[in-house]
Design a protein around this ligand. Structure first.
Ligand code: ZN
Length: 226
């Protein structure tokens, strides 16, 4: 199948980074050529999915949420397993924090590619970043490039995976959001690992977000409006 090289599908988690990517895609491809996709993977905080829908509505793009209820059954990570607390501790063997959900981005991108294939969408946009992050191996550019190659081979397609934030810092992501006119929409995003609104301000995700806004010298609309 020949993909339409003018259409893009954005993986929208409900957070700050994927929201910035949504506006990046709108800027690059045009609002009418952009759609958003989210995954219900059994995340503890349902608020993420509510935020994703609100963000898409705010940005004026179509949005679909696909159910994948397998991750919670795998267990052991703090984002899907209610028995595991979110903390900054890293696993001694892997060096990864317990907020790492093994395989998540690989599965999301593969499902998104299949969804895009069926609709002749040629571009996927994902908000992963290997800068300022917790060392998640599925946020590395090498992983994304390799997966793009695998999907191209496995689906006989020319799909292109864009990761506009991959090499930029949280501060630069905030500046990019400002430049793309995405700041207003930041008020309806969700980042906190503890799932609270207003955000807890203490978890690793809240601290990283606050640091990015502080370094960019911009007030976080989520904090000022909640
Ligand atoms: Zn928090």
């Amino acid at each position: 199948m020949t993909a339409n090289h003018d259409k893009a599908l954005v993986l929208l988690s409900g957070g700050q980074d994927s929201t910035t990517c949504l506006y990046w895609a709108i800027d690059r491809f045009g609002r009418d050529c952009v759609a958003a996709i989210s995954f219900d993977y059994g995340q503890r905080h349902r608020i993420e999915l509510e935020c994703a829908a609100a963000i898409a509505a705010h940005a004026g793009v179509t949005h679909v949420c696909l159910p994948i209820d397998t991750f919670a059954s795998l267990g052991g990570d703090a984002l899907t397993d209610r028995d595991v607390d979110v903390c900054c501790d890293v696993d001694e063997q892997t060096g990864l924090p317990n907020t790492f959900v093994p395989g998540r981005n690989l599965i999301f991108l593969t499902f998104a590619a299949a969804y895009a294939y069926q609709r002749e969408i040629g571009h996927l946009v994902v908000g992963v970043s290997q800068t300022d992050y917790s060392g998640y191996p599925d946020c590395r550019s090498q992983t994304i490039e390799s997966l793009q190659e695998t999907i191209r081979l496995g689906m006989e397609s020319r799909v292109q995976i864009h990761a506009p934030l991959i090499h930029i810092s949280k501060k630069e992501t905030v500046e990019l959001a400002r430049d793309l006119g995405a700041l207003d929409t930041m008020a309806v995003t969700h980042t906190c690992y503890n799932g609270t609104r207003p955000p807890c301000g203490e978890c690793p995700a809240c601290l990283l977000r606050a640091k990015g806004f502080a370094e960019a010298g911009i007030e976080d609309p989520l904090i000022t409006t909640s």
